[in-house]
Write a protein that binds this ligand. Structure first.
Ligand code: ATP
Ligand code: MG
Length: 433
């Protein structure tokens, strides 16, 4: 005996009721990316484990305990990608894209992290990410922020707060790290076990802790922002000036450090209060050292990633409207032997005649009543009825499924085509039929 096999914990199916909202979100984001001249790149879901160890950092949560790592049949250690930046940089280096050129790229797809599943946090989740290579100044950092703001506007996402910070450059981080460790050692009693461990490995990450018991001690910790050298400070000020110029509201959060090792200078997060501890909808920053760290020539880089599950959760109230937008315009009902035989051909002819038409044709027979029920359930706006009489007369009967006050009418095929064209164009004037 075998029971039903279930999905892997933390890895979700997106069911047909939900996909229209996903498609709407993805379509909107893609439209914004194209509006700024960004080009898509697609990289594999699996990479060599070493790529992530070398880029994300071996002492980060992701590499230490969240990666899906396995040995393949050749004995190579491979991992499911936990994020998209490393693979993107690898691909650019491998194909020589970065030689003296700048690139503005985006990608979308599933990422994998073995975290504790909860609302807004899953083991397979989806990101739309952006990476820009070869542009050192704060203008492109600001462009990314404006692009995000446009994404939220076009999605109709309200109430996202922008937090920014700067991590300075390597030298400032070294000096800050020494003072931070000294400070935290002096307050070791107030640290949780995880933070005590990080004191040795990755002290900056302690600042990122979400443990409320540590809030007080962390509030008094040395701030990286006070250690910046002149250039990093000028970069941050330039970034802020551009945001001010553009009228984008933000908050400087000196404790914003990001969970990945490779960031420097600008970092930012877009945060909502509506998803609890999973409130970061989008996060990113500059990572000027990463390309070199992965074997390329020094190349400035900056990027961000949007967590799609969190965006979709915030827009959940729009699920039905999105589904209605993707529903078929029409459902073809065919009753009787002749009509049933003619229906598929007629459906093809209608699709040929009406670009953009979403037409579901009945399959599997059934009574008039049964087929109309399916038509209704499909979400279609109209049912097109093909009976023996209509077939003989070259006509179709149009039945409005959502407008009960509009009478059913039998029309010529040409009139039906005109009506369907109007529906596709969003000029569904029911009175016309
Ligand atoms: P968090 O602080 O929420 O753990 P993070 O700093 O680990 O996020 P990033 O690696 O910067 O996140 O990823 C960018 C975005 O991807 C996050 O802001 C979030 O929206 C989304 N994200 C990250 N991890 C998950 C996850 N396990 N499930 C769903 N979305 C996620
Ligand atoms: Mg995380």
């Amino acid at each position: 005996m075998s029971g039903l096999i279930q999905s892997v914990r933390g890895m979700n199916d997106v069911l047909p009721e939900e996909t229209p909202l996903w498609q709407a979100v993805e379509g909107t984001l893609r439209g914004v990316l194209e509006a700024y001249g960004y080009r898509e790149i697609r990289t594999p879901v699996v990479e060599r484990t070493e790529l992530f160890a070398r880029s994300i950092g071996v002492v980060t949560d992701i590499v230490e305990k969240e990666m899906y790592t396995f040995t393949d049949r050749n004995g190579d250690s491979l991992s499911l990608r936990p994020e998209g930046t490393a693979g993107c940089v690898r691909a650019c280096l491998e194909h020589g894209l970065l030689r003296g050129q700048s690139h503005r790229l985006w990608y979308a797809g599933p990422m994998f992290r073995h975290e504790r599943p909860q609302k807004g946090r899953y083991r397979q989740f989806h990101q739309v990410g952006v990476e820009v290579f070869g542009i050192p100044g704060p203008d492109v950092d600001a462009e990314l922020i404006l692009m995000c703001a446009r994404m939220w506007r076009e999605l109709g996402l309200e109430g996202l707060r922008l937090e920014i910070n700067t991590l300075g450059d390597a030298e400032a981080r070294r000096r800050h790290r020494a003072d931070l460790v000294a400070y935290l050692r002096a307050h070791e009693d107030a640290l949780d076990a995880d933070s005590r461990r990080r004191l040795e490995t990755n002290p900056l990450r302690i600042l990122d802790s979400k443990n409320p018991d540590m809030a007080a001690v962390l509030a008094g910790a040395p701030r990286l922002i006070d250690y910046l050298d002149g250039e990093a400070r000028a970069h941050f000020e330039g970034f802020r000036a551009l945001l001010d110029e553009a009228g984008v509201a933000y908050e400087v959060n000196p404790r914003l450090v990001r969970g990945l090792d490779y960031y420097n200078r600008t970092v930012f997060e877009w945060v909502t209060d509506r998803l609890g501890a999973q409130g970061t909808v989008c996060a990113g920053g500059r990572y000027d050292g990463l390309v070199e760290q992965l074997g390329g020539r020094p190349t400035p880089a900056v990027g961000f990633a949007v967590g799609l599950e969190r965006v979709v959760a915030l827009l959940e109230g729009r699920r039905e409207a999105a589904a209605a937008e993707r529903a078929p315009h029409a459902y073809l009902v065919a009753v009787g032997e002749g009509p049933e035989r003619a229906a598929l051909g007629l459906a093809e002819a209608l699709r040929d005649a009406v670009p953009g038409l979403r037409l579901a044709a009945n399959c599997g027979g059934g009574s008039f009543k049964a087929q109309l029920k399916r038509a209704d359930r499909s979400g279609a706006r109209v049912a097109l009825l093909l009976g023996e009489e209509e077939l003989a007369g070259g006509r179709l009967t149009v039945k409005w499924l959502r407008e009960p006050d509009h009478a059913q009418r039998t029309v010529t095929r040409e009139e039906a085509v005109a009506l369907l064209r109007a529906l596709v164009a969003g000029r569904g004037s029911p009175g016309a039929a």
